[in-house]
Design a protein around this ligand. Structure first.
Ligand code: NDP
Length: 448
C-alpha cells in the first residue's frame, strides 16, 4: 500500500489490532499516505518508532454513564475520552453526544485533532470524547442529569493544564454549561477546564462562530493564492446546518457568495436566488427544528427530503459541514461533472479517501478539514489564553486573531506541499506540517 516497507509493516499490524475500527483505520491510512513521501528524509521516524507511538493513544478512558429519565427509568450509556497525544501541549478536543458514537469514531476524531491542533501553532495536544447518548428528544432535565453523570467520571481526567474538552455534535452551550457547572462543583475550583463556555462564565466572543468563519477564511486565502480568485459571486452548497454549517454559510454570504443549497438530516433546501442563511440559523438555534420547515416562511423554495441528493446540484464551491464520509466517490464524480472548482471541508473527514483522490486527480482545489476547520479549536485556544490571563478580548480582537491563524495555516500547508514536490496538494501539506512539529517534540521528550 505504501512505498515504505516500515509503514507497510506498521499499518499491517494496525489492521489486525484495530480491525473493528474502520473510521480510525481510514484516518491513519490517509495520514500515512502523506508520511510515505518524507519517510526517507527523516530516518529518526523509524529509529524512534514514531509511527508506532503516534498511532497509539496515550490513554483511552471508557466508562459507564447511568442516568434517570423523566419516567424514573434507569438508562445506561457508554462514555469515552481518548487522550491521543500530549507531545506539544495539554490534550484538547471536543465532546460528541450522538447515538453513532463508537470507540472507532472517538479514535479517528482524536487522531485527526492532534494534527489539527498542531497546525494552529498553539500549544495543544489532541483528544476527543463523547457518548452514544443522543440529546435529541430529551428534556432539559434529562440532559442535565446525563451531563452530570458523564462528568462524575470524566472530572478526574480533565483540567486546565491537563485536558480541556469543548463541544461537537450534540454538545452546544447548554451541555457545556451543565458539564462545566458539575466539574466546578466536584473540583471546588473555577478554572478554564472547558472551552465553548457561556459568555457569562468565561467563554470567548466569536467561539460559536469560529469554525465556520475559519472555514471561509481558509477558503478565501486558498482561492486567492492558488487561483487568483475569491468567494465573491460564487454559488455555494453547504451540507449540515449545525454549528459549523450555519456559520460557514453566514460568513460566505458576508464575503459575497451565494448559498444556493443547505442540508440536514431531514433533506435539503435549494434556491437559485440564494437561501436566507440567517433564517436557517433561526430554525436551528431558536426554533430547534429541521430544514423541512424552511418552506413555511419561503413556500416557493424547493425542499427535497433526501440529503444525499444535494450532490446533484451544480455549484462552484462545496462546503461539506455535516459528518464523516458524507461525500463518497459517486458524489465526487457528480461534482466533477458539474464543474465544481473547490471542495472545502468543514466537518471532520467528510470525504472518503477514494473521493479525495478523485477530486484531486480532476484538479479540484481540495481543502482538508484538519486544516480548514481548525478555526474552532484555535479560538478555543484563545479562550484558554483569556481564561489564564483573566481578561476578555473584544469580538474584533478575537476575529482578527482567528483570521490571521487561518491564513497562517493555509500558508503552512501550501508551503509544505510545495517543499515536498506536491504543490497544490493541501492534504499532503496539512498532514506533513501537522506531523513534523509533534514528531520533533516526541523525539525531544524521549520514549514516554
Ligand atoms: P452539529 O450537531 O451542530 O450539526 C451537524 C449538522 O449536520 C446538523 O444540522 C445535522 O442535521 C446535519 N447532519 C448530520 N448528518 C448529516 C448528513 N449525513 N447529511 C446532511 N446533514 C447531516 O455539529 P457541528 O456543526 O458542531 O459539527 C459538524 C462537523 O464539524 C462534525 O464533523 C464535527 O466533528 C466537525 N467540527 C465541529 C467543530 C465545532 O466547533 N463545532 C470544530 C471542528 C470540526 P440535524 O440538525 O437534522 O440533526
Amino acid at each position: 500500500m505504501f512505498e515504505s516497507s516500515y509503514l507497510n509493516k506498521v499499518y499491517d499490524e494496525l489492521l489486525i489490532k484495530s480491525k473493528n475500527e474502520p473510521e480510525f483505520l481510514q484516518a491513519v491510512e490517509e495520514f500515512l499516505k502523506s508520511i510515505d513521501l518524507i519517510i526517507q528524509d527523516y530516518p529518526d521516524i523509524e529509529k524512534y518508532s514514531i509511527i508506532e507511538r503516534i498511532i497509539e493513544p496515550e490513554r483511552v478512558i471508557m466508562f459507564r454513564v447511568p442516568w434517570v429519565d423523566d419516567q424514573n427509568g434507569i438508562k445506561v450509556n457508554r462514555g469515552f475520552r481518548v487522550q491521543f497525544n500530549s507531545a506539544i501541549g495539554p490534550y484538547k478536543g471536543g465532546i460528541r453526544f450522538d447515538k453513532s458514537v463508537t470507540l472507532s469514531i472517538m479514535k479517528f476524531l482524536a487522531f485527526e485533532q492532534m494534527f489539527k491542533n498542531s497546525l494552529t501553532g498553539l500549544p495543544m495536544g489532541g483528544a476527543k470524547g463523547g457518548s452514544d447518548f443522543s440529546p435529541i428528544g430529551k428534556s432539559d432535565n434529562e440532559i442535565m442529569r446525563f451531563c452530570q453523570s458523564f462528568m462524575s467520571e470524566l472530572y478526574r481526567h480533565i483540567g486546565a493544564d491537563l485536558d480541556v474538552p469543548a463541544g461537537d455534535f450534540g454538545v452546544g452551550a447548554r451541555e457545556i454549561g451543565y458539564m462545566f457547572g458539575y466539574y466546578k462543583k466536584l473540583k471546588n475550583e473555577f478554572t478554564g477546564a472547558f472551552t465553548g463556555k457561556g459568555l457569562s462564565f468565561g467563554g470567548s466572543l466569536v467561539r460559536k462562530e469560529a469554525t465556520g468563519y475559519g472555514v471561509c477564511y481558509f477558503a478565501e486565502e486558498a482561492l486567492k493564492i492558488m487561483k487568483n480568485d475569491s468567494l465573491k459571486g460564487k454559488r455555494i452548497i453547504v451540507t449540515g446546518s449545525g454549528n459549523v454549517g450555519t456559520y460557514t454559510a453566514i460568513k460566505a454570504v458576508e464575503l459575497g457568495a451565494k448559498v444556493i443549497a443547505m442540508s440536514d438530516i431531514s433533506g435539503y433546501v435549494y434556491d437559485e436566488n440564494g437561501i436566507d442563511v440567517n433564517y436557517v440559523r433561526d430554525i436551528k438555534e431558536k426554533q430547534k427544528k429541521n430544514l423541512d420547515s424552511y418552506p413555511i416562511a419561503y413556500p416557493l423554495v424547493k425542499f427535497v427530503p433526501n440529503y444525499k441528493e444535494v450532490w446533484t446540484i451544480k455549484a462552484d464551491i462545496i462546503f461539506p459541514c455535516a459528518t464523516q464520509n458524507e461525500l463518497d466517490i459517486e458524489d465526487a464524480k457528480k461534482l466533477v461533472k458539474n464543474g465544481t472548482i473547490m471542495v472545502c471541508e468543514g466537518a471532520n473527514m467528510p470525504t472518503t479517501i477514494a473521493a479525495i483522490d478523485y477530486l484531486i486527480k480532476h484538479n479540484i482545489l481540495f481543502a482538508p478539514g484538519k486544516a480548514a476547520n481548525a478555526g474552532g479549536v484555535a479560538t478555543s485556544g484563545l479562550e484558554m489564553s483569556q481564561n489564564s490571563i483573566r481578561l476578555n478580548w473584544t469580538a474584533t480582537e478575537v476575529d482578527n486573531k482567528l483570521h490571521s491563524i487561518m491564513k497562517n495555516i493555509f500558508k503552512t500547508c501550501y508551503n509544505t506541499a510545495k517543499k515536498v514536490g506536491k504543490e497544490g496538494n493541501l492534504v499532503i501539506g496539512a498532514n506533513i506540517a501537522g506531523f513534523l512539529k509533534i514528531y520533533e517534540a516526541m523525539v525531544a521528550e524521549g520514549v514516554i
